[in-house]
Design a protein around this ligand. Structure first.
Ligand code: HEC
Ligand code: HEC
Ligand code: HEC
Ligand code: HEC
Ligand code: HEC
Ligand code: HEC
Ligand code: HEC
Ligand code: HEC
Length: 252
């Protein structure tokens, strides 16, 4: 019965005909692997309407935020555990006690139950240490956050921990100033260092190799000369890929 409810909930959540595939996936994956909606012993779901009484600062802003779609107010058919309680668990004891501590779940443990594909990325060869307990979803996302749900900007979020990559540098690398996710996946990647693509292809998306600058040390099957630089990691020479204070070619 519990499984069934989850399937229905997932359908309502992602709504729309195009989401049938998702529905199926959700239902299948629900069996066993899902961290379900958090539970609080002895408590039942009461719906989000009553939270406003004591948490107006959160509820008034929540409706136009990323997770506003979880709120049941616009759709009577939604199950009551959606809305605030989809992350905080059933709140009857919390409300009855007037907010006594220990009566409600903090929330972050719920993220994985809906974002399974994101969660799975943290098991890839290169990943941010989430399972290891070093970072959490809310290290980078605001729990009740705005449309994009990342704290401030992506780069400001990344460089708040990775200060060595923070500019300004005398010689900047354009894509690093623009967005770290031009080259890195924020959650996890099968490639080393969270890269979205291996070298040299990562670099050759935007650069062609001017032969005169890299030498012509090889030839392909048709005899056209090429630079052996393409056979190496570009960063073995251009090691200051995030910006250099000394060299315009980002080598040191
Ligand atoms: C997407 C999941 C999610 C939803 C939906 C959600 N919250 Fe939260 N909430 C969290 C997380 C995670 C935290 C803990 C934040 C932290 O530790 O930084 C939190 C913290 C809180 C806190 C503690 C004070 C604070 O600001 O940190 C209150 C109160 C709260 N939420 C109320 C609500 C109410 C009311 C709603 C519905 C309008 C709601 N939450 C919806 C995830 C959620
Ligand atoms: C009768 C008042 C009242 C109502 C109604 C109420 N809360 Fe609270 N809540 C409190 C008080 C008091 C606290 C503790 C002080 C604080 O963090 O604001 C609290 C704290 C919380 C926290 C943080 C818990 C922690 O461990 O830090 C969350 C999450 C939360 N409430 C969610 C909700 C949700 C979701 C609802 C609606 C289902 C709700 N509250 C309804 C009074 C209330
Ligand atoms: C009950 C299911 C549910 C839970 C729990 C949940 N989310 Fe979501 N989340 C959604 C849905 C549905 C959307 C899509 C909203 C939309 O597009 O309007 C979404 C969107 C997002 C987005 C934005 C995606 C984008 O493309 O802009 C982020 C980031 C996000 N969630 C992070 C979190 C974090 C962090 C938590 C835990 C604090 C969490 N979610 C918990 C269902 C959930
Ligand atoms: C190290 C920082 C970081 C951590 C930790 C993190 N995220 Fe993200 N997440 C991001 C950034 C940055 C983006 C935006 C990526 C982009 O713009 O391409 C993002 C995008 C998303 C999205 C929307 C796009 C997508 O990939 O589906 C969701 C949903 C999401 N995150 C959920 C989560 C959840 C759930 C967790 C915890 C299990 C989490 N994130 C942990 C940084 C992080
Ligand atoms: C809350 C702090 C925090 C934030 C925010 C953060 N990181 Fe990390 N990052 C870490 C930690 C911790 C590690 C693991 C370091 C280690 O193992 O030495 C790491 C590792 C990495 C690695 C190396 C991974 C590997 O396999 O060696 C890259 C690349 C990276 N982060 C990029 C980013 C990007 C891009 C962002 C922004 C989307 C970001 N980080 C945001 C804490 C953070
Ligand atoms: C142009 C592509 C590109 C962009 C954009 C980029 N990086 Fe990187 N980053 C790389 C490459 C390539 C490596 C791996 C270098 C190596 O070890 O060969 C790397 C490695 C890292 C590492 C691991 C360093 C180590 O010694 O293990 C961190 C952390 C990191 N980047 C953070 C960031 C942050 C933060 C941003 C945004 C400010 C960013 N990167 C933007 C290409 C990029
Ligand atoms: C998203 C596009 C993009 C990617 C991916 C990218 N770059 Fe760049 N790169 C640029 C831009 C734009 C500039 C600035 C161009 C200019 O000033 O001529 C630049 C500048 C450079 C420069 C300095 C050029 C000079 O004048 O000396 C080097 C070296 C460089 N990139 C190497 C790399 C390497 C190595 C990689 C892969 C790890 C890489 N780039 C990935 C866009 C990119
Ligand atoms: C063996 C070391 C080495 C490797 C490997 C290497 N480069 Fe270079 N690259 C250099 C040197 C040295 C220069 C500067 C030449 C000069 O001073 O005129 C340079 C210059 C550049 C420039 C600036 C060229 C210009 O015309 O302004 C770019 C862009 C660049 N490299 C990209 C790459 C990319 C992409 C790769 C990987 C496919 C790569 N390099 C691999 C040594 C290397």
């Amino acid at each position: 019965m519990k499984q069934r409810t989850r399937c229905v909930a997932n359908y309502l959540l992602f709504g729309g005909a195009a989401a049938w595939g998702l529905l199926l996936v959700s239902c299948v994956m629900t069996t066993g692997t899902v961290t379900s909606i958090p539970s609080v012993p002895g408590a039942t779901f009461v719906g989000s309407a009553g939270c406003v009484e004591c948490h107006e600062n959160i509820t008034t802003q929540f409706y136009d935020r990323t997770h506003a779609g979880l709120m049941g107010h616009a759709n009577k058919a939604r199950t009551p555990e959606q809305g605030c309680e989809s992350c905080h668990g059933p709140a009857s004891l919390h409300v009855k006690s007037g907010g006594e501590s220990g009566t409600i779940v903090k929330g972050a443990q719920a993220c994985a139950s809906c974002h399974q594909e994101v969660q799975a990325r943290f098991s890839m060869a290169s990943h941010h240490p989430l399972r290891e307990g070093v970072v959490g979803c809310t290290s980078c996302h605001a729990a009740h956050g705005s449309k994009q749900a990342t704290l401030t900007s992506t780069n400001a979020t990344c460089t708040s921990c990775h200060q060595a990559m923070r500019g300004p540098h005398a010689f900047e690398h354009g894509p690093a100033v623009e967005n770290c996710t031009n080259c890195h996946h924020p959650h996890g990647s099968p490639l080393r260092k969270l890269l979205t693509m291996s070298q040299p292809m990562l670099c050759l998306q935007c650069h062609s190799l001017p032969n005169n600058r890299h030498g012509q040390t090889g030839a392909n099957a048709t005899g056209t000369p090429f630079s052996a630089a393409v056979l190496r990691d570009c960063t073995s020479c251009h090691s200051q890929i995030h910006g250099s204070s000394q060299d315009q070619h980002l080598r040191y």
